[in-house]
Design a binder for this molecule. Sequence first.
Ligand code: GAP
Length: 516
Amino acid sequence: MTQEELFKKLIAHCKEYGFVFQSSEIYDGLSAVYDYGQNGVELKNNIRRYWWEAMTRLNENIVGIDAAIFMHPQTWVASGHVGAFNDPLIDNKDSKKRYRADVLIEDWMAKLEEKINKEVDKAAKRFGESFDEGMYRQTNPRVLEYQNKINEVNSRMVQALDANDLAEVKKIIEDCEIACPISGTRNWTDVRQFNLMFDTKMGSVSDDASTIYLRPETAQGIFVNYLNVQKTGRMKLPFGIAQVGKAFRNEIVARQFIFRMREFEQMEMQFFVRPGEEMKWYEYWMEKRMRWHKALGLGDQKYRFHKHEKLAHYANAASDIEFQFPFGFKEVEGIHSRTDFDLSNHQKHSGKKLQYFDPENNESYVPYVVETSIGLDRTFLLILSSAYNEEKITKEDGTVDERVVLKIPPALAPVKLAVLPLVKKDGLPEKARKIMDELKFDFACQYEEKDTIGKRYRRHDAIGTPFCITIDHQSLEDDTVTIRYRDTMEQERVPASRLREIMEEKVSMRKLLMNI
Ligand code: GAP
């Protein structure tokens, strides 16, 4: 199965098992907006909790807030979003389709990359075990030709975007002979900048003064509250403020399911530090955030850092943590050294002093900020795409069965335990209910008695339930039950009285947090 096929199957699975639905589906959906279903919301809540507790509980100098989505419109002038939160767009005059100009160029480069990979695959087959991929990439003339083209176009694009030279961006598209995927023509308009913020009106008078924006990042709610928190919480530098909440961007290239949405959720932490110490803390948070990711146990090789060449308007250093999604390595989290850009600008635009008084050296100054910013929805997709497995199982009678199993880290699974009476009679449901009634206060449990036990196991494999507790006739005699393990499908008989203690050890968030 190719990665593309796997991704399509994952999307279908998300819908079939109540993880993610297209928003307003009965009206044919709303592009790049999604709803989380009964299992999706539980997984999302658990990821959020894992992040929140890692930030606010494990760090004595980090506290949380929950700021409003609507903010004073001047916020976005000060933050630079009104002036600079733009994408370069280009329209094809024949198809009337609009594209992000940089994405058209990136897609063109990705096609060359694909050609290189095909050459490499062919050579690997031809040469067998003696194949030296590194050497081949460095010496094969065709591969080198493709690679040189990619490098040249990439550096032209970075320079043009840095200099906001939109004519040059168009020229690159023309030079690369990029055609519209819909019309197939190269009949392009000029490239224009397009602001990504959604605006709306507040109040009853619809004039310009009442235009406000849906926040494109949660960070600004933290910046404007930093002195409130510092003073009321008597916080001393360095300290952090964490927040989880919705953000909105009018993304033009909205694709890859919940990877790029117009309404999404961010988990951001702003860490306020002494000016001059920001690089030390930037390195610190890069390492610490990577540890948080790897503690999930999805495979260390699936993560990598990507250092930004082109920096956002507010940053003096920035790196992404990228994850290997089915469609390649992509950003899931950004760690940015934002200098004092935001606080200084809010100070200027609001006319209010946002300085911190440092009692250690009797000085007042505007702190510098290192931010960690992770997409909750992208983390959700990351976990599901690595959890999705199709397995063939040879049964006792020799026939082969198939199952789809979501190997979600147990502490994050939507349902932790399924409580299943083997049959719907002989007092087994009553016994199972009793067990369920004891466990439900500690764990997300589901009771099921319909269908054969095999079908019920499969249903729970498909939503990632790590443990199925089966109550059989022996349970009535000796008060034991079986635990069936999702990943190995092994079964273990244990006293029902020990279930709580056993499960606590296996599904607790505590264990996950201790791995960081
Ligand atoms: N405050 C900094 C900031 O917003 P960003 O790199 O634009 O930085 C941070 O966004 C994270 O938010 C990204 O790494 C990604 O996980 C998530 N994110 C950004 N845009 C998104 C979108 N359109 N859909 C889903 N997640 C998105």
